[in-house]
Every structure is written in structure tokens, then in C-alpha cells.
Design a protein around this ligand. Structure first.
Ligand SMILES: O=c1[nH]cnc2c1ncn2[C@@H]1O[C@H](CO)[C@@H](O)[C@H]1O
Ligand SMILES: [Zn+2]
Length: 363
């Protein structure tokens, strides 16, 4: 008899690892409303009822286009402009992830978007880091251990990536573990930011690049072969380089390279359905990429805009593809192996936290 698929409540109890989560895409609706009140932004909000506001974000983000999806961030970014606001949002992020059973998370945000009310880039980074520390501490007191690493994002349509890369390196001993570029993909190839990526490589630093989400193989190819990305944010369109044949699959050279080099794909199922990168969860290329043993990881992207959590993303996949605990452990270990913290720390989390917990679940 087939084993029942794990339920969301069971999955919440299992340790999970999240590599792709945006700080400005994960606010609690009630917090947005309170922060808006403090800075005089209330009249610009689509609703002042938390439940209604939460639904508004999901519906507005269900646009089928990345550009329209990204417009919803105007409201979250607007209320993340003060030291207190940023610290609170970061602390709640750590608490929410920990309560969902995430034991290690890399959370990203773009410092350049949070200076509208006079904070400097360094002040923005410092208060977010302190917020993560506060939230992780509170989570531990509530019985949930979490470690949060920070990624600094540069916006790909802007020209500040070198400055943000330097900022990331400046804070490397304070909790910033990597760098990223995000924003609209079509028309803004990663090679526009080559100087920043070359600088990061010279500094022996880590970076991921949003690529292969709203644009296809050329974007992925540039991110890996020109820019030297350690991981791919989404990368889902790598399936364009895989053809079904009567006997199996023909894997093109770029896809083969990613698979051979174990390049991690930060896949975000619900987000991809909302932006039109996948038709549905059941048709999401993660099924094929998992079967072909690419280095697949499961991520939330934006919990607010997708009305989701790490446990929910895993539960949706378990339901759609019949995944059991072995598969969920595989995704989790893949993610931990691909994290930007040191090898010793990754190994300790795999051996001391992840594997013992899944051993019990697998039974
Ligand atoms: O899936 C995505 N693709 C590209 N850009 C994104 C995605 N999600 C969020 N952002 C962008 O990243 C900024 C910093 O966190 C957000 O403000 C948003 O504009
Ligand atoms: Zn993203």
C-alpha cells in the first residue's frame, strides 16, 4: 500500500532549510498596517483590514507577469524605511520562519530600497541584522532554534550593484553571507553587473543570481558562465534545455553543466505559478528536475505575495507529486549543502539536526 503523503501539520514539525526568501516579501499584513500608521502611509494602502490586505497581496501578485507581481512590493518597501520598522520586520521574519520549523534561512533584501527617509545603506544593513538576531533569540526562547543568514540584493535595473557588493563584503563577519541581483529580468541581463560579480569572486565571496524565471536559457547561461554565480535564483527555465525523447530525456549542454557541477536551483513553486513561469504546481518543472537529480531546493520567494510558508510549499509538492519524507529530506539536505555558510556549520546542521529528525519521520 502506498504510504500517505506527509500533511502540512507533520511537515511543520520537520526541520527545513530556506535559501530564497525576500524580507520585503514576507511581512505580516497587520505589521504593514501598523507601520503605515506610524509613517502616514495608511491612505495609500489597498486595505486596512489585515485579512483583506493579505488577500489583496496574493490576488494582485497573481498577475501572470513578473513585472506586475513586483509592483506589489511598492507597499511593503514603503513601510520599511525607518530603523524601528526594519528591525521589527526582520525580527518577525525570523520568528515566523522558526515557528514554521525552518532551522536555517537565507533572507535577502535590497538595501538601496530602504533609504527614502534618510537611513544610510550601512544603517539599513545594521538594523536588519539586529532584527534577525532579536527574532532568532525570541524564537529560541519559544523553543524554536533558527539560524538566519542575510543576502544583500542589488536591483538589476539600477546601477548600484558594485556599491552593494562592497557593502555585502563589509558586513561579511556580521551575518551577511552572500549577494544577489533581483528585479525585472527581461531587458536587464546579469552581465550588466559583471564588475560587481568579478569583485565578489576576487573577495572569495558567495552570490546567487535571479535567472531563468521571466527569461530563458541566455539569462541562466550568462549568470553561470559569465558572472560565475554559485546558485541560481529560480533557474526553472533550464527545462527549456531538456527534451523528452521516446526513451527518456535529452539533456542539453547547459543543463548538463548545471547538473554535473551540482549548481543549486532555488525553485519557488507558488511564486512561479503566479508570475507565469509554471502553469500549475502539478506541472511545475520541479518534478522533472527532481527525477533527473538536479541539485533542487524548495523555497518560498515571497510568503506574503504567495500566501505561503516553507511547510506549505513542501505540502503542495507532496500532494502534487506524491513526495514522501525521503524526498523532503533530500530537498532539505540539498539546500543545506548549498547554503553560503561554512562547510563545518552546514555539516553540523545536516548531521545533528536534519538527519536525526527525518530518521524518526521516515521510521
Ligand atoms: O521572484 C522574484 N524575481 C525577481 N525579483 C524579485 C522576486 N521577488 C522579489 N523580487 C524583488 O527583489 C526585491 C528585493 O527583495 C524586491 O523589492 C522585489 O522587487
Ligand atoms: Zn526571488
Amino acid at each position: 500500500m502506498a504510504r500517505p503523503v506527509p500533511t502540512i501539520d507533520e511537515i511543520r514539525q520537520a526541520p527545513k532549510v530556506l535559501l530564497h526568501d525576500h524580507l520585503d516579501g514576507g511581512l505580516r499584513p497587520a505589521t504593514i498596517i501598523e507601520l503605515a500608521g506610524e509613517i502616514g502611509y495608511t491612505d495609500s494602502l489597498p486595505s486596512t483590514d489585515p485579512d483583506e490586505l493579505g488577500r489583496w497581496f496574493v490576488e494582485a501578485a497573481n498577475s501572470g507577469s513578473l513585472e506586475r507581481y513586483l509592483e506589489t512590493f511598492d507597499h511593503t518597501v514603503a513601510v520599511m524605511q525607518t530603523a524601528e520598522g526594519l528591525q521589527r520586520v526582520a525580527a518577525e521574519c525570523a520568528e515566523d520562519l522558526a515557528a514554521d520549523g525552518v532551522v536555517y534561512a537565507e533572507v535577502r533584501f535590497a538595501p538601496e530600497q530602504h533609504t527614502a527617509r534618510g537611513l544610510s545603506l550601512s544603517e539599513v544593513v545594521a538594523v536588519v541584522l539586529s532584527g534577525f538576531a532579536i527574532g532568532s533569540h525570541r524564537a529560541a526562547e519559544a523553543g524554536h532554534q533558527i539560524r538566519v543568514g542575510t543576502l544583500l540584493t542589488a536591483m538589476r535595473h539600477q546601477a548600484r550593484s558594485m556599491e552593494i557588493a562592497e557593502l555585502a563584503v563589509e558586513f561579511r563577519d556580521e551575518g551577511v553571507v552572500g549577494f544577489d541581483i533581483a528585479g525585472a529580468e527581461a531587458g536587464f541581463p546579469p552581465t550588466r553587473h559583471l564588475d560587481a560579480f568579478e569583485y565578489l569572486q576576487r573577495e572569495n565571496f558567495h552570490f546567487t543570481i535571479h535567472a531563468g524565471e521571466a527569461f530563458g536559457l541566455p539569462s541562466i547561461w550568462q549568470a553561470i558562465q559569465w558572472c560565475g554565480a554559485d546558485r541560481l535564483g529560480h533557474g526553472v527555465r533550464i527545462v527549456d534545455d531538456i527534451a523528452r525523447t521516446p526513451n527518456g530525456h535529452r539533456i542539453g549542454r547547459l543543463a548538463q553543466y548545471l547538473r554535473d557541477k551540482r549548481i543549486p536551483l532555488e525553485l519557488c513553486p507558488s511564486s512561479n505559478v503566479q508570475t507565469g513561469a509554471a502553469a500549475s504546481i502539478a506541472e511545475h518543472p520541479i518534478g522533472l528536475l527532481h527525477d533527473l537529480r538536479f541539485r533542487v531546493t524548495v523555497n518560498t520567494d515571497n510568503r506574503l505575495m504567495s500566501g505561503t510558508s516553507m511547510s506549505r510549499e513542501m505540502a503542495l509538492l507532496a500532494e502534487a507529486f506524491g513526495y514522501g519524507w525521503n524526498d523532503l529530506q533530500w530537498f532539505t539536505v540539498n539546500a543545506m549543502k548549498s547554503a553560503f555558510i561554512g562547510f563545518d556549520e552546514r555539516l553540523a546542521l545536516i548531521n545533528d539536526v536534519i538527519k536525526p529528525a527525518y530518521a524518526k519521520l521516515i521510521g
